[in-house]
Design a protein around this ligand. Structure first.
Ligand code: PMT
Length: 225
């Protein structure tokens, strides 16, 4: 992508895992490292966009020229994203957001009690950030990810439709050496009437390819819907 392609446009990108507290020392999370989302933020910034990266906890350095907002929980991520929506042309949901959180976070560390039943965690559903963005007034061009372990295309297409997205990036996270926490990935880029297969490549190269694919649709107004 030429370095001026996205001049004057703003991307909001989520990355990394969320953490849902169980008690003051324990949480529910997942294996997302943030690498894919950070690579997207860097690629969009390199292509001239203003980029806001809303990030769960990661070990990564902030990409050059990118504004980063750190959050922990899904609810905090939603709030941070909503605060950025007044100035957002493209939203990419790359974060691995916990679908559930613990209903009542214990105030003190849960103790191991002798001779009693193990504690049971009661979960409640988290808000769907991607769906909330896609269905907001003046919604940006909204791109989701689908992390699947089976029926990759079918499940991703159903997310595309259900969440009313312009595009979805489907990655098979059951394959070794790609997806969560690896430096490589392969994916299918799906929109309602197009499909592009990205073979195994570095997350950096994939990010450039994804930002290019978004540009093709975003700037071709006949394709906008
Ligand atoms: O971070 P890495 O280690 O580099 O790994 C990259 C990745 C595998 C995490 C990434 O490529 C990826 O697939 N991200 C999406 C992970 C995910 O949670 O997928 P999902 O199929 O469960 O969710 C579908 C979409 O809805 C995603 O865009 C997700 O951000 C969004 N979502 C999900 C739940 C929720 N409560 N709110 C959301 O916005």
């Amino acid at each position: 992508t030429a370095s001026c392609t996205w001049q004057g446009k703003t991307f909001v990108i989520t990355a990394g895992p969320t953490r849902e507290a169980i008690d003051p020392v324990r949480y529910i999370s997942n294996h997302s490292s943030g690498k894919m989302g950070y690579a997207l933020a860097q690629a969009a910034a390199n292509a001239g966009a203003k980029v806001v990266l809303v990030s769960g906890p990661t070990q990564l350095a902030t990409p050059k020229g990118v504004q980063r907002i750190d959050v922990e929980t899904a609810e905090q991520m939603l709030t941070a994203v909503q605060q950025q929506l007044t100035d957002c042309d493209v939203f990419i949901g790359c974060a691995a957001v916990s679908d559930y959180r613990v209903e009542d976070i214990a105030e003190h560390k849960i103790k191991k009690e002798q001779n009693s039943e193990p504690p049971k965690l009661s979960l409640v559903q988290n808000p769907d950030i991607l769906k909330t963005v896609a269905q907001s007034a003046n919604a940006p061009f909204t791109v989701g990810f689908a992390a699947e372990t089976q029926n990759l295309k079918e499940n991703a297409l159903s997310k595309l439709q259900r969440k009313q997205l312009q595009m979805i990036i489907a990655n098979d996270v059951s394959e070794p050496h790609q997806g969560f926490n690896s430096d490589q990935n392969s994916a299918l880029i799906l929109s309602k009437d197009s499909e592009q297969s990205l073979p195994t490549m570095s997350k950096h190269d994939m990010a450039v390819a994804i930002i290019d694919a978004i540009a093709k649709r975003y700037f071709d107004t006949s394709n906008r819907s």
